[in-house]
Write a protein that binds this ligand. Structure first.
Ligand SMILES: Cc1cc2nc3c(=O)[nH]c(=O)nc-3n(C[C@H](O)[C@H](O)[C@H](O)COP(=O)(O)OP(=O)(O)OC[C@H]3O[C@@H](n4cnc5c(N)ncnc54)[C@H](O)[C@@H]3O)c2cc1C
Length: 383
């Protein structure tokens, strides 16, 4: 058993940390959070550093990294901002989907554009009536000559309004079939005629943004279909696994940043003539926080290691996503408690961590959904 990183992985981690130290100061992140703006310059720096090439194979211009490399990057980015890291995650996991399911022409065209930053991928699954119940989605498309005509509405689409965003949109192409057999995946530019975007006012993750997307007779060229017509369920399921593994890595990174901030604050803040960290109540709180964050990391590294070995890891990924998200939300809450009033003040980072953390147990599948899945994989499937 080996718990260490290779030399290359250490170098990768150091280079991401250096890049973020150079381009993403606390003040810069705070300003973007306040203004609810996306840091395009930082994204460009990620592109120039090759981060967007990381998990794609060399034959399509990528760097051939594996799931462990990906988790290292997402964990480090999320220590600064789990919000910013979402733009990286969306492009990467939709890109990996395209790698698996796209035609050679689609791979050559789209992956190049994602790797050089011309396009950012967003994922459009959820709708007003289709949240945990993904199969209930209603947005639909029918063929008219060489185009699909799309009508409907998506909700909570992360990053849909970013410049160059291409929404990986799941639509019904056969309304009479079971959802597993009547769904397709289309790539829809966010500025195609008939696409209307509304940025939603959210508690956290306000820079990459969460959007409502309306499709009014949007004409989508037929070559934007990924995989088979009515084969979208396969794309969706394949994509969710990497999304959840990546999201667990993000939760672990952000949770560690919260603990680090809590430790430094508790060491400095004095009340009753001594550092508050020397009070057992605070010290034990922090000890428990770090222990749980380490446990979340263990689950996450096990899951990504299994993925890197091409081993079946559905249960392990789901457990990692569940526990990392719950831990992230929990330590963010405790972090605020440790900082008292300062934890709620906009001039300190804890409130941002707290706001960004709250969605972790909801986005990419709620904690309840993860528990249902784990119990199902243990033979306790709901009827
Ligand atoms: C910040 C943010 C970003 C997001 N980004 C995206 C995105 O980019 N693309 C996208 O497609 N979606 C995105 N989502 C949507 C996300 O995937 C859904 O919010 C999530 O799947 C839950 O759906 P819902 O919000 O409709 O809640 P519902 O499904 O209505 O659930 C409400 C409550 O009921 C519980 N519940 C539902 N069914 C069951 C059940 N069978 N057993 C037990 N409990 C159940 C849920 O756990 C939850 O507590 C995002 C959401 C958030 C908050």
């Amino acid at each position: 058993m080996d718990f260490g990183f290779t030399e290359e992985q250490e170098l990768l981690r150091d280079s991401v940390v250096k890049l973020m130290e150079r381009h993403a100061s606390s003040e810069m992140i705070r300003q973007h959070d306040r203004a609810q703006t996306f840091p395009y310059e930082l994204y460009k720096a990620w592109v120039e550093a090759g981060l967007l090439r990381l998990p794609f194979p060399e034959e399509v211009g990528g760097l051939g990294g594996n799931a462990i490399d990906l988790a290292i990057v997402v964990q480090e980015l999320s220590r600064y901002s789990a919000d910013f890291a979402m733009a990286f995650g969306g492009s990467i996991f939709c890109g990996l989907n395209l790698l698996r399911k796209g035609t050679p022409e689609q791979r050559a065209y789209w992956l190049q554009r994602v790797m050089n930053g011309e396009n950012i991928f967003a994922i459009g699954i959820s709708e007003p009536d289709a949240g945990s119940d993904v199969g209930a989605l209603k947005t639909h498309a029918h063929l008219d000559g060489d185009h699909y005509v799309v009508n409907g509405q998506k909700l909570w689409t992360t990053g849909a309004g970013l410049k160059g965003s291409v929404i990986n949109t799941y639509v019904k192409t056969d309304r009479n079939a079971h959802y597993r057999k009547g769904m397709s995946l289309l790539l829809i530019d966010n500025d195609m005629p008939g696409v209307e975007l509304r940025k939603l006012e959210m508690l956290g993750r306000r820079c990459v943004g969460t959007y409502e997307v309306f499709f009014h007779d949007v004409r989508v060229p037929r070559d934007r279909l990924v995989g088979l017509e009515n084969g979208g369920w396969d794309c969706l399921m394949g994509g969710l696994q990497i999304e959840r593994a990546v999201s667990a890595a993000g939760s672990c990174g952000a949770a560690q940043a919260i603990v680090d901030l809590a430790v430094s604050y508790a060491a400095e803040r004095k009340q009753f003539g001594q550092a508050i960290g020397s009070f057992q109540a605070i010290g034990h709180m922090i000890a428990d926080m770090q222990t749980e964050v380490d446990a979340a990391k263990m689950l996450m590294w096990r899951a990504v290691w299994l993925v890197s070995q091409d081993r079946d890891a559905l249960k392990e990924i789901t457990m990692a996503k569940l526990f990392a998200a719950e831990t992230y939300a929990k330590v963010a809450n405790l972090g605020v408690q440790i900082m008292g009033g300062y934890g709620l003040n906009a001039e300190y980072d804890m409130q941002r961590f707290f706001r960004d953390a709250r969605s972790a147990t909801i986005a990419a599948g709620t904690s309840q959904t993860q528990r249902n899945l784990i119990a199902g994989l243990m033979g306790l499937k709901a009827k």
